[in-house]
Design a binder for this molecule. Structure first.
Ligand code: C2O
Ligand code: CU
Ligand code: CU
Length: 498
């Protein structure tokens, strides 16, 4: 019944708005979200209708940040204890309330807090011991996105922790420095739990010299879009889109209308697209470029000059913006290619700054001729939309292993995004438990910033990519589209490594 009413409302809204792509509600871009109108319904269902009519009509505009709130910087998680070789942490998935909008409590989910999570730091060669607690009222899992870890500890849909239960995992940290993240992965419920706020950053550190300081000139930016209802609640079931849920409200680190105060120095921004489905192409408003220093799995061989960067869901990039070139009167913002403002900067030019230094990568990422010339041994076809998404024409089955690969063996995978009648959509393809290398995209060498380690690769409709994949830990791993609704709808397979 509620659905019927919704559809009727939607039809009316469409008739009123002349079936335009831009509904009345979206024209108030300047309006602070805090005083958000009550016309959520107009925004969202029109998107769904587009979904019905236009296939992959994902065009919900995002409200620009007004910059009225200083960006929240997630705390760094304190360890329970630490020895020469080991570190111990407890991570607790919980429910809570958060004042995202002034004076209003929004029900949210978080790790060790009401909303989102702390930054978990691990060092290369350390043994990590993590107690995972589920204080939610439903099952969850703890997945370490981008981490090289055995299948059991990886936290895929098999690793369920029931409400009220806890479990300990232990693993050795093998990778070089990287910006990774963690989030839940319960079968069919990933999108909803991430939407509610479950996502945290995982930093791997190593011995290379690095003078950037967290919260000083090294900031994480967890970029997400959400739709809040009239009561400013996150009602996933009401706004869910089977082809990927978008929202018109931008959150960075959980802050609505964020701004960031920086000094006149080089600033490192660690970007994570933590959205369910939205893609962001990010640039500076003054069109000055920036340098990308790291991709999903760690440092690039050398910094790459960029004018803009595209991030599909779950992708990360570390970029360095040189604010020594600007001063307080300059208007500098991080914005999308359509000029939506993500993050205005306030430049404090009254304080002394340091010269930040970052030692270069120790083992550059290279692909040998032998691997370049290896025949494709695994083919992945991504297809469909909404509830019909599939990998190699099949949907996820927890009890079916789809592929096998030998431990330590490098294989060449070909990932193909099959176009459909509507043209198709980008699928961000992700593999658990490994960092892969991109050999080619449509037979061509990938752009420089994709020549480092990746765990998620954006594949455009009709494109074919070749990647070199090696697992160094055993177990069963997921590979899937990282549009979370696609993953939940079965665009996921399993590979066994032994
Ligand atoms: Cu972000 Cu299956 O992962
Ligand atoms: Cu993952
Ligand atoms: Cu997809």
């Amino acid at each position: 019944m509620r659905k019927m009413i919704l559809i009727l409302t939607l039809m009316t809204a469409l008739i009123i708005s002349g079936c335009g792509l831009i509904t009345p509600a979206s024209s108030d871009k300047q309006m602070p979200n805090n005083k958000m109108h009550s016309s959520n319904e107009e925004n969202d269902p029109s998107n769904k209708t587009m979904g019905m009519m236009g296939g992959h009509g994902h065009d919900m505009p995002l409200d620009s940040s007004t910059g009225e709130n200083e960006l929240n910087i997630p705390p760094i998680l304190a360890s329970d204890s630490e020895t020469e070789s080991d570190i111990y942490y407890t991570i607790d998935a919980q429910q809570g309330q958060t004042e995202i909008f002034d004076g209003i409590q929004t029900k949210t989910l978080g790790y060790n807090s009401a909303f989102l999570g702390p930054v978990v730091k691990l060092k290369k060669d350390q043994t990590a011991n993590i107690t995972l607690k589920n204080s939610l009222d439903e099952e969850t899992t703890f997945h370490w996105h981008g981490l090289i870890i055995d299948g059991e500890a990886d936290g895929g849909p098999h690793a369920v922790i029931e409400p009220g239960e806890e479990k300990e995992i232990t693993f050795d940290v093998q990778q070089d420095r990287a910006t990774l993240w963690f989030h839940p992965h319960p079968e069919g419920k990933t999108a909803k739990q991430v939407f509610g706020g479950l996502a945290g950053l995982l930093y791997i550190e190593d011995d290379l010299k690095d003078t950037y300081e967290y919260g000083e000139n090294d900031f994480p930016l967890i970029i997400q879009d959400r739709t809040f209802d009239d009561e400013k609640q996150l009602n996933y079931d009401a706004v869910k889109d089977p082809d990927g849920t978008m929202g018109e409200t931008l959150l960075i680190n959980g802050t609505v209308n964020p701004r960031l105060t920086v000094k006149q120095e080089k600033v490192r921004l660690r970007l994570l697209n933590g959205s369910n489905m939205r893609n962001y192409t990010i640039k500076l408003s003054n069109n000055e470029g920036f340098e990308q220093i790291a991709s999903d799995g760690g440092l690039l061989n050398e910094p790459v000059k960029m004018d803009e960067i595209q991030l599909t869901p779950s992708e990360r990039a570390e970029i360095v913006v040189d604010f020594s070139k600007f001063d307080a009167k300059d208007e500098v913002e991080l914005m999308m290619d359509d000029e939506t403002v993500l993050l205005p900067f306030e430049i404090n030019d009254k304080v002394k700054v340091s010269e930040n230094e970052l030692e270069e990568i120790e083992d550059p990422v290279t692909i040998s001729e032998e691997i370049r010339n290896k025949p494709v041994s695994k083919k992945i076809k991504l297809s469909g939309m909404g509830h019909h998404v599939a990998i190699n024409d099949q949907q996820f089955d927890k009890n079916r292993i789809d592929m096998a690969q030998a431990l330590g063996e490098t294989e060449v995978w070909e990932i193909y995004n099959e176009k459909d009648m509507m043209g198709g959509m980008i699928h961000p393809f992700h593999i658990h438990g490994t960092q892969f290398k991109v050999i080619s995209i449509n037979k061509e060498e990938p752009p420089e910033n994709l020549q480092g380690y990746k765990d998620t690769l954006s594949i455009e409709p009709g494109d074919k990519a070749k990647i070199a994949v090696k697992f160094t830990e055993p177990g069963i791993y997921m590979y899937h589209c990282h549009i979370l609704e696609h993953e939940d709808n079965g665009m996921m397979g399993q590979i066994e490594v032994e």
